[in-house]
Design a protein around this ligand. Sequence first.
Ligand SMILES: C[S@@+](CC[C@H](N)C(=O)[O-])C[C@H]1O[C@@H](n2cnc3c(N)ncnc32)[C@H](O)[C@@H]1O
Length: 266
Amino acid sequence: MRSEQVIDRINERSNTDVIAECFSAAANTYHHHNSLQKISAQKLLNEMSPSGVLLDIGCGPGTDFSYFIHLKHVIALDIAQGMLDQVERHFPTYQTICSDAKAIPLAQNSVDTVYSNLALQWCDDIKQSFDSTALALKSGGNYHLAIVAQDSLPELTELGFRANSFRSLPNIASQFDPEVWRIKSAAVETITVYFTSLKALLYSIKGVGASIHTGASPSNSTSSVLSHGIRGRGDWQKQLVKAERMRQEAGLPLTYHIARLHIEKR
Ligand SMILES: C[S@@+](CC[C@H](N)C(=O)[O-])C[C@H]1O[C@@H](n2cnc3c(N)ncnc32)[C@H](O)[C@@H]1O
């Protein structure tokens, strides 16, 4: 689907429906293109020691939590049913819930730990998501969050693609109600992933279902991503030449700034 068509459809339907549809469509091939998500997930997992019930918000095709032997139950929540189908196939013991992170349909104080890796940059109202999460999480429970942050994907702009901006770390942190949450740590880390070709680089975005331009303004933008003006073979050749100028020893770079937060419910 061309990006202009996606924009038209966003105008007709809610952003959430379109995001869910695009991620569902990408679910089968997601694992070919998710190198950034894997790097970020490992960093989050390294700082956790969960037990009891864990809620994974924006779970995608599912994360392996079997390393944590004190975990009793994993709840995998996502708006994209296609992603949850993958979870059910690969992690049959997980409970799956098809829901928006802004309205989590779980009993109050029923979750011990919350994990969310690179999903909530898609959410148009993260405060609402954090408020909803606080209801489900027990007092003293931990939330481990990674989210794509401001100034990510500078290479796309350099190549002439249009990428929406992302929230800054202070903006993300300010959405946690200080009467409910205590921020234990918050930092931004730069992660650069490398690709053999421009096509592979663009697929890493498209392949994780992220090829939507929401048309949001930088202050309230919900997510990245691409809107491009490639109109034919000539344009594509020009993009290829520009991309080759950016090539480093490891390949064509794509730079992300990942905000990682550890928050505790009071
Ligand atoms: C880039 S994937 C990350 C998946 C997984 N956490 C990982 O580490 O591979 C983002 C996921 O967030 C989901 N998502 C986006 N917006 C959401 C929302 N408002 N509520 C719940 N899930 C959402 C998408 O459907 C998608 O599966």
